[in-house]
Design a protein around this ligand. Sequence first.
Ligand code: AHR
Length: 495
Amino acid sequence: MTTAKFHLHPVHHVGPVDSRIFGGFLEHMGRAVYEGVYDPESVHADEYGCRADVLAALAALDFSVMRYPGGNFVSNYHWRDGIGPIADRPTRRELAWGTIEPNTFGTDEFLGLCGRVGWSPMFAVNLGTGSPEEAADWVEYTNSRLPTDIVQKRENTATDSLSVPVWCLGNEMDGPWQIGHSSAIEYGTKARQAAHMMKLVDSSIELVVSGTSLTDSETYLEWDRLALEAVGGFADYISTHRYLDNYSGDSDAFLASGAAIDRQINEVDAACRYVAGMRRSSRRPFIAFDEWNVWYRTRNRTGMWADGAFPAHLVEETYDLQDALVCAQFLMSFIRHADVVKIANIAQIVNVIAPVMTRGDEILLQTIYEALAMFVDRRLGNSLRVGYEGPMLSSPDFSEIDMIDGAAILNAGSDLYVYAVNRSTDQVVDLEIELAGAELEAISSELLHHHDPSAANSWDKPNEVRRVPHETKRGRAALVELPANSFLAVTFRVC
Ligand code: AHR
């Protein structure tokens, strides 16, 4: 039997986990909004036209922040199209995904939804076809209470709008696919102008600078440095994105790819520290990992272009067990880097590369839903460094990585949350978990596993891959058996 051990100690911590790393992302794309969260024709529609079944499934994942309305969509979106009486709103051609935007769901509908479900809204402004003034006006619309014409328009809608505390200055502006794509200097200049006006309207907002969207881009990190320098002291966060893939069909490499997230965070963190250092500033930008997921099967021109259809079935990825194990590794990496990653948003939440799918009035929870659910009651506290002792793996990108990927959180000294992914595709591992010699009693322990790593939930077999309770033996070193291709999440009482 292969064995491994996690050595934990309360003194060796990284810092408090920010609840905002458990965020989501809702874009006007494919069937995410229309036929996703919003579907007045559905038998499940609530009094607001939203799908109660979808919202219940999402509420159970307890997302903290929700990014909106894009994504690539935002770079050709004018927020004023989506406010006021629905009958007066324009239907527009949409050029990021080639669809039609009816604007029946907009700022008020989204903020109302956030208020009902308990999400903190996080908006992205249009720095493609939009102007700094339009961005500042949007902040005024959502956050100001002064007696202006713009604020009056919101009050006329009689919605109970929330304020929006976090704003992204554009989206993936480094990418040639982005409407309004420009150089880092051009982007940074416009972003700074927008930031200046937006903070004049509401000085309490926090701003996210658009960072490099692909780690293999020629401008990776250089873009981040230049954009951060240009935006200067207005920059609270730098955005970074990552979609992991298994194009090569190499499971060993794919399951190791969580290590790529650690590397990306360290590299972007280095750019942030460099910029702060050059400014001789103790105030540094943090990381908003505001799009992350597995995405590759539907990542092609056919899957990503609606060609005038509405609503279009775009990037409706089906997720298997291994994809869920990689998603768990994303969140574990964010926990390990609690000192620098303050916000993270899974992209996306419904129908578009999503944990929740709809078909007519039916709903399906994918494998990645299960992985996300395992963090829900185990998320807050101090992230602990995991001292790993055990077998190693090698992959094409990493010569040596831990076979068991781990993360841990100590909550108020009395509850310990431990997460572990067995990256091996063929070895069962006995894992010992030790916290400074304390007696550990598992009060809940769940395992996500299937004998077939390519198993998925489908409309025919919706419960094929589900998390199940898993035995964890109490002791000064708690003991648990991890099958190959599995994800474990345990809550211990520290006795
Ligand atoms: O999440 C889907 C798309 O992926 C987003 O619109 C864009 O920002 C990224 O390229």
